[in-house]
Design a protein around this ligand. Structure first.
Ligand code: DGY
Length: 416
């Protein structure tokens, strides 16, 4: 008999399954989101590996000719979400947004393959050229002069209203987003979501991208928003390492990958901000933002063991009852319930936690895993949680939180 929470976690994935892709949660996010979908695939691999592969294949079916894999694929129009496909004007084979998201899908495909002894090799080999194309797109269009990976929209980093973007956001004119009707606050309380002025700027960037027909060279030169993001950089570095390992094992093309790993590693190291003793985001033209966010703790996931960051992690694990807060709780920007300005995200804990485990930092990994386990078991499969009280926040029945349970947090006893 399956444990009740295991059963409920599977049920979340099954209920969010739309056939060949999975939505993050009904209502708030009714389409296929890139990194959410990668998590859903990983979740399915715990009980239906065939379905896991289909998920990733559907995601890559939306890949643009230049290699970009969009952050949203609008398979079926849903009036409950804004901005939809017409506003984005995506130019790929499936109606889509015009930006990407952190490529956890590349690393998770490898993780799933290791689990699936039967068809893994052919499924992974068939996806490999598309994954390589996406990696090369990042290398071509998103690196800064140091080799760190930049985001061109807060939604591209996936941490929409993180304080990391505050400075770059002020460069975006507030006027002329036009009249529009937000749908997110019909699903979730407004104090848990980005503010109106954030939305105006998100839309300004979307409108600019559409008008430039998502021409990357023009966007690189004209987009006022360009920030080297530790989360994006660490996840791209991990993806490059995983591609190199897969390509080598399967005897596939690996030209330039070892050099790319070195370049991304230098880029990641360049995000070390001595003045705050932490990895930090860097706004193009302006330097470090002096923001400590949970993204900094993804260094181990990327294969970087930073001892000063470990000291910060030990503090972060004790700083709030339900770690890790997405934004430093002692900072002025901290807001316990507002999306990426404070709440704890189970999927971030997972990525941080598996990195720690790979470096045998068992004590810290255990604390984090136990904290995540207690959050989910007491508050359910939510999008995020108040780090001070453990209270559920954002959308419910969330796919990636269900995966975190099935893959890691709920297996604590078993794995010990
Ligand atoms: C949203 O609509 O809030 C999403 O985060 C965009 O990806």
């Amino acid at each position: 008999m399956l444990d009740d929470l295991d059963h409920r976690a599977r049920q979340v994935l099954v209920n969010n399954d739309r056939g060949n892709y999975t939505i993050p949660t009904a209502g708030l996010y009714p389409y296929q989101w890139n990194w959410d979908s990668a998590f859903a695939a990983l979740g399915f691999s715990n009980f239906d590996v065939e379905r896991a592969w289909t998920e990733i294949e559907t995601l890559f079916a939306g890949q643009w000719p230049d290699g970009m894999v969009p952050h949203i694929l609008f398979h079926e129009v849903n009036e409950g979400y804004f901005p939809g496909p017409d506003i984005w004007g995506g130019i790929g084979p499936v109606p889509s947004s015009g930006i990407t998201q952190p490529p956890v899908a590349i690393s998770f495909a490898r993780r799933i393959a290791i689990r699936d002894s039967h068809r893994a090799e052919s499924r992974l080999a068939a996806l490999y050229p598309a994954m390589l194309g996406w990696h090369r797109w990042f290398m071509r269009w998103r690196l800064d002069a140091h080799g760190a990976v930049c985001v061109t929209h807060p939604w591209e980093g996936g941490r929409d209203n993180a304080p990391d973007w505050d400075r770059a956001m002020t460069k975006i004119p507030l006027e002329s987003a036009g009249r529009y009707h937000r749908r997110d606050t019909a699903h979730v309380a407004a104090e848990m979501r980005p503010k109106r002025e954030d939305y105006d700027r998100y839309l300004w960037l979307v409108n600019q991208g559409r008008e430039l027909q998502w021409n990357q060279a023009q966007l690189r030169d004209e987009n006022p928003f360009r920030v080297a993001d530790p989360a994006m950089t660490f996840i791209c570095l991990r993806a490059a390492r995983d591609l190199l390992a897969t390509g080598t094992e399967l005897g596939l093309e690996i030209d330039g990958l070892a050099a790319d790993v070195r370049r991304l590693q230098e880029g990641a190291e360049s995000l070390w901000n001595e003045s705050i003793n932490s990895f930090d985001s860097r706004t193009a033209g302006d330097g470090f933002n002096d923001v400590e966010s949970s993204a900094a703790f993804l260094c181990w996931y990327a294969g970087i063991d930073q001892r000063e960051q470990l000291k910060r992690l030990r503090i972060a694990l004790k700083q709030v009852p339900y770690p890790i807060a997405s934004c430093d709780p002692d900072s002025q920007q901290f807001e316990a319930l507002r999306y990426w300005r404070g709440p704890t995200w189970a999927f971030m804990n997972y990525l941080i936690g598996i990195g720690l485990e790979e470096f045998a930092l068992e004590d810290e990994a255990d604390i984090l895993r136990e904290a995540t386990r207690s959050l989910i078991s007491r508050s359910g499969f939510y999008e995020y949680y108040n780090p001070l009280t453990g209270q559920a926040a954002g959308g419910g029945s969330f796919a990636w939180t269900a995966t975190v349970w099935l893959d890691w947090a709920g297996r604590y006893e078993e794995d010990k």
